[in-house]
Design a protein around this ligand. Sequence first.
Ligand SMILES: Nc1ncnc2c1ncn2[C@@H]1O[C@H](COP(=O)(O)OP(=O)(O)OP(=O)(O)O)[C@@H](O)[C@H]1O
Ligand SMILES: [Mg+2]
Length: 385
Amino acid sequence: MTTAPARTRTDLPTRSASHSASDSAPADVLRPHAEVAFAAELAALAAADDRPRPERWRLSPWAVATYLLGGALPDGTVITPKYVGPRRIVEVAVTTLATDRALLLLGVPGTAKTWVSEHLAAAVSGDSTLLVQGTAGTPEEAVRYGWNYAQLLAQGPSREALVPSPVMRAMSEGMTARVEELTRIPADVQDSLITILSEKTLPIPELGDEVQAVRGFNLIATANDRDRGVNELSSALRRRFNTVVLPLPASAEAEVDIVTRRVAQLGASLDLPAVPDGVAEIRRVVTVFRELRDGVTQDGRTKVKSPSGTLSTAEAISVVTGGLALAAHFGDGVLRAGDVAAGILGAVVRDPASDRVVWQEYLETVVRERDGWKDFYRACREAGV
Ligand SMILES: Nc1ncnc2c1ncn2[C@@H]1O[C@H](COP(=O)(O)OP(=O)(O)OP(=O)(O)O)[C@@H](O)[C@H]1O
Ligand SMILES: [Mg+2]
């Protein structure tokens, strides 16, 4: 498929061939790419969009921002918000892609860096699959190009034997490339991005040739705050990026809104039976996560200790999704404290020794005393403290 890393592919389908593969993806794929899942919204935006579009962009920057933040079109089409957060952040991210600087999305885990990167690529280029997944083992071929060894041995180096990386494809076709977890990539491999981003060219010394980026090419990288230090970005590379920091949700209400939306989408794609009125439990999960994360209760009165792991919005989403599955399959169809308690415990207690103490203390000093939380307190006790 289109996401296979360059080094494992043996054939070399053309962009249009691989594209039609995702267009005709069976309806039951577990997680369709953004451009497939939201094809109708993207088409409606393209039809309504009369603002200037940078070359090879599917939409104008305004329409890309509307796709991310949501809105209503003159014909009544509702664009669902994908990212819930400050409008300015999205505007800066989108306009960066229209400049000669690449975009670096930075933030603590679970702040939607990957999510925003995928949706930006889908809206700008109509394709979010030109993706390099950064790991400690990411080889240079994944960023530049590799070879089909059978052809290389048979014919020697040639354009036909060359296996382009997603970045190379994006350059030659004027598309958006994505690099996930940039700071996990070894420094020397990261450095191969410098020429690409500053000279907009990718030399192929074996062929005495090069690939020059055409208009429309840009790159979105994501990096995790917590990984800082694993492989710091060199300052040379950092200067090629505009950095946009994605914040944690500003308020509990915003976070409840994000969790509610995503849980509904995930529940639909997992075919979970609908569980009505989960919002009270969602609010509770979000409250617990925010209090433990912030180290203080929401009324500001009681200090609490923070556990070792991150309690991000993404974790809240999985706790609630897991709870909904329990409620639907084993409960009475209503999301209750007992359905989320075990999930919360699993998310909070990552280190069995220290986190268990943190959780115990929170449970006994905060949860136990709070009005209307008796059922939750009992459920947490039963969940195995
Ligand atoms: N502000 C937000 N708006 C919309 N969705 C959000 C927001 N924050 C988190 N999410 C949701 O959280 C989930 C996780 O996000 P994502 O995987 O993109 O995080 P990340 O920042 O890439 O994390 P990591 O650093 O672990 O890679 C997604 O499903 C996304 O929808
Ligand atoms: Mg990510």
